[in-house]
Design a protein around this ligand. Structure first.
Ligand code: GTQ
Ligand code: FE2
Length: 374
């Protein structure tokens, strides 16, 4: 049997076969016998790489962008996205892919600036890292944003932004742009009159859901965004409740943002979490099908991703690709906000997870990532 196998393998390498392999490609036909090990990996083998962008780099480039253009005149949004270096081969613009499925960016809005309304078939979310006094207006509702708030902008709803306060506003954007692009589902439309005018009370959904786990009567039917703004105070309260008990060994003290009418993820295609890691806490390593983009909201520490150490601090962003081993270590009390594509994996019934059983659940560090402008 082994001999027969060997003979067959030799035959597949012979010129009879390799010439044929070349021949069919000129007619836009493909040889599965060559492709199979690359396109049907035994376990997920993402082209997305583990990567980290430093706060210094981001601030420097946002400032330069602000000197060059405004969102109103030509820019639409002053957002700079995190292009994963492993995915740049995708055309155009690398599909703006931070992981295979997720687009993440930082957006800067200065006092007095407006970003005109538009709508698109991609779902969006924002996490406010700095500033207050700006609002996003979603379908006529002005939603005022403050540090630590988490907001969703569901697909196909008109939305724009304006800064009425002082000091810069900086937030993280995440959208399912690469997913929607790859399946050919992209629609985009600018609003005719610049920024939409308000037509319902400010902070409407936040007021309706002030109670947390109670909801207004009549909200038992699914709607895409019964709650548009998850305020920092309330999210942190949820975490403080958890802190009376032992932390989860893999996640520390972590909560997930959910849609109050369904209990499912706040955004139908992107999962979102806020995670508190107390000083000195070291999570155990795991890996899973879904990928994650992290934003360090507060604190310092490091993560080990497939053996490589990524030091992080407030304002940094980093990527844990699909099926990569990872663990986090907090050097001081730290809050990590993160976006994942777990809802997509679950929709396709592809989610799998493994925990590291050797060395008390910790990886051996084999290298260190060097971030630009750190
Ligand atoms: O603020 O509406 O980073 O439409 C990418 C696409 C932000 C937005 C992004 C968008 C927006
Ligand atoms: Fe948008």
């Amino acid at each position: 049997m082994a001999e027969l196998n060997h003979e067959l393998k030799e035959f597949m390498k012979s010129t009879v076969v390799t010439d044929f392999t070349k021949d069919i490609q000129q007619y836009n036909l493909g040889p599965l016998w060559e492709a199979i090990p690359e396109i049907m990996n035994k376990t997920p083998k993402p082209q997305a790489e583990a990567y980290l962008w430093s706060d210094e780099l981001i601030k420097k480039k946002l400032k330069e962008a602000a000197d060059i253009f405004t969102p109103e005149r030509g820019g639409e949004r002053r957002a700079i996205y995190f292009q994963n270096p492993g995915l740049t081969y995708r055309k155009p613009w690398g599909w703006a892919s931070t992981t295979q499925t997720i687009y993440a960016a930082v957006q800067l809005l200065l006092p007095g600036e407006k970003a005109p309304s538009h709508r698109h078939s991609q779902s969006a979310l924002r996490f406010i890292s700095e500033g207050s006094g700006a609002y996003t207006i979603v379908e006529g509702e002005r939603i005022f944003m403050e540090e630590g708030d988490f907001l969703i902008t569901p697909k196909n709803l008109w939305h724009g932004h304006e800064h009425l306060g002082e000091g810069p506003m900086i937030w993280m954007d995440a959208l399912d742009i690469p997913t929607i692009y790859s399946i050919g589902g992209t629609f985009f439309e600018p609003y005719e009159d610049g920024l939409q005018q308000p037509n319902i009370p400010d902070n409407f959904t936040e007021k309706r859901y002030r109670g947390g786990m109670v909801r207004p009567v009549g909200d038992d039917k699914y709607t895409v965004a019964p709650l548009a703004n998850y305020k920092w105070e309330r999210t942190v309260n949820g975490i403080k409740g958890l802190m009376e008990f032992d932390p989860d060994p893999y996640h520390g003290y972590a909560v997930e943002y959910i849609n109050p009418s369904t209990g499912k993820s706040a955004n139908p295609t992107l999962g979102t979490r806020l995670q508190f890691l107390p000083e000195g806490f070291h999570t155990k390593a795991l890996r899973h099908t879904h990928s994650t983009v992290y934003h360090v909201h507060k604190g310092t520490g490091y993560s080990v991703i497939n053996g490589v150490r990524f030091d992080w601090k407030k304002g940094d962003y980093f990527v844990v690709p699909n099926w990569a081993w990872y663990e986090h270590v907090a050097d001081e009390d730290s809050y990590l906000f993160s976006v994942n594509d777990l809802p997509i994996m679950e929709r396709f019934e592809l989610e799998q997870e493994q925990t590291l059983e050797t060395n008390n659940g910790h990886q051996t560090i084999t290298g260190e990532f060097k971030a630009a402008f750190r």
